[in-house]
Write a protein that binds this ligand. Structure first.
Ligand SMILES: Cc1cc2nc3c(=O)[nH]c(=O)nc-3n(C[C@H](O)[C@H](O)[C@H](O)COP(=O)(O)O)c2cc1C
Length: 212
């Protein structure tokens, strides 16, 4: 199958959306937990989480355009200044998926989807109790992406929670051990299997691939 830009433009809208959403490969599966100034909690699934730098520890995500549809996650982040990022574990992918439904603002997806909100360390936003790996984030800035009206939302890591058995003494996290999942497109969830781990790639240490 080869599709040009013109072919894609002529493809059924939903099919094109599915192809383009899946084509970049496996994306991380995370739930963003927030709370409004009226203390109404919110949790929703996001796959666009991206590492932006380690010092300071910055993580970004892409928020869809704000418009007619209320974007509770983004609004709450702006109001509260804090939010959590919680990895979706194998045991609750279905519950996590349904947090994407367009619930009314006064409905907490924690209740509607059977997830447990958890307040830790006096942090101002709810963590997801079912989640093994989770981050407490402080909002830093937003960058509009003009071509499609999306927003890159940037936050600084204030808390990191990792199951002891998934973290080694060098700081590497074993995502398979932590039973976290990956997403293809907008509806397919994958479990992870570690298939390799290699040292920092120095030119002087590159194996002889031409003869082996
Ligand atoms: C697998 C999956 C991944 C998603 N990733 C994102 C994302 O990265 N950014 C985004 O704005 N919405 C994403 N969504 C849609 C949100 O989950 C959805 O709009 C949700 O209703 C947002 O909740 P809120 O209105 O409470 O913020 C995703 C949905 C699914 C099913």
């Amino acid at each position: 199958m080869h599709l040009t830009k013109k072919d894609l433009e002529e493809t059924d809208r939903v099919k094109k959306l599915n192809i383009i959403n899946s084509i970049s490969g496996i994306k991380p599966a995370n739930l963003i937990g927030t709370v409004s100034k009226d203390k109404l909690s919110n949790v929703a699934i996001f796959s666009s989480i991206v590492h932006l730098g380690s010092n300071p520890a910055l993580i970004g995500f892409i928020a869809r355009p704000t418009g007619e549809v209320p974007r509770n996650t983004y609004d709450n982040i702006l109001e509260n200044g804090h939010y959590t990022i919680n990895h979706v574990g194998e045991g609750f992918v279905k519950k996590a998926h349904y947090t994407s439904a367009k619930f009314d603002t006064d409905v907490s997806e924690f209740d509607a989807c059977g997830l447990t909100e958890e307040y830790l360390f006096d942090f101002k936003a709810p963590f997801v109790k079912e989640s093994g790996i989770k981050l407490g984030m402080k909002y830093v800035e937003s960058m509009p992406i003009e071509i499609n009206g999306t927003i890159l939302v940037i936050g600084e890591v204030e808390h990191v929670i990792i199951p002891d058995e998934a973290l080694n003494d060098k700081g590497y996290i074993d995502l398979a051990e932590a039973e976290v999942t990956g997403i293809s497109g907008l509806n397919s969830y994958y479990k992870l299997e570690k298939i390799g781990s290699f040292p920092y790639a120095r030119v002087s240490e590159v194996p002889d691939f031409k003869n082996n």
